[in-house]
Design a protein around this ligand. Sequence first.
Ligand code: NAP
Length: 304
Amino acid sequence: MYDIGIIGGGTAGMTAAIYGQRAGKRTIIIEGGTFGGQITSSPNVENYPGIASVSGSEFSMNLLDQAMKLGAETQMAQVTGIRDEGEVKVIVTPEKEYPCRSIVLATGVTHRHLGVPNEERLTGAGVSYCATCDGMFFRGKEVAVVGGGNTAIQDAEFLSDYCSKVYLIHRRDEFRGENSGVKRLKEKENVEFILSATVKELVGESMVEKLILNDKKTGKDFELHVSGVFVAVGQIPKNETFADTVKLDEGGFVLASEDCLTSHPGIFAAGDCRTKEVRQLTTAAADGAVAALAACKYIADQSL
Ligand code: NAP
């Protein structure tokens, strides 16, 4: 029996495990993909208080190491559901079931796709959702990054060190991401901004050959020849599995506020998977702490 079962091994989940273990609770983190979550693909994190600069993979490896040294257990498995048996909540995976006194949902989010023709067919053949994972394959080539948030800005900066040319395509004139990153990009000779433009179609037989773009101001289509396109247009939650257990908002995020309490007593939500205004590394870590301490309080109240 675990005190706190944590679903998702990103920043929020691993922080919850650290706080849970330090409070003397038996915790397990169950992760279906890669421990570390989204931040593993961030080349450089510069906005985490107290750490001026660190790669996302180093940051997440340190977090995992810290949680495991404190005694948190880890398991790679795809969670298929939660069964509530009153005081015991069971995390269900295809291979095994994990009875827990409380659960923290820290499932994060997944990459949003552009939803344009040939995107799925050319994924892995020039279309990528992770610049740090796939950027090396495009050394010396011309590529496009789509998006206007911090991920797109960071991806463009990262790729500009390897690629001969990086086009940053954004659907508006204003960036959603931080100004400091945009400023650095403007100073790069091999980065060109294509603003107020949307991607209509990806073209290529076996590999991406070009993009068909639409200039939103003139309404005209135009072509851009590139070997790769990095899609960084935001993220969507992956909470369908829990839709019968906790209330979700219309976008699929778990309904929970800053206290990380969900509609289901004993189940807490931390990080990007819950409804919130600011989805950052710092807020994910903060949520992990809040959710774990709320779970500790819930367990204490149950045993009164
Ligand atoms: P984001 O901030 O949601 O930005 C998504 C961008 O994609 C927006 O510019 C949006 O345009 C655009 N977009 C959305 N749908 C689109 C579509 N169908 N076609 C074209 N463009 C589309 O996502 P993100 O950049 O992945 O960042 C997610 C969160 O992680 C943010 O809070 C971000 O600050 C954070 N983050 C932090 C770090 C760090 O701490 N170092 C690094 C990366 C990301 P509009 O602006 O017009 O809506």
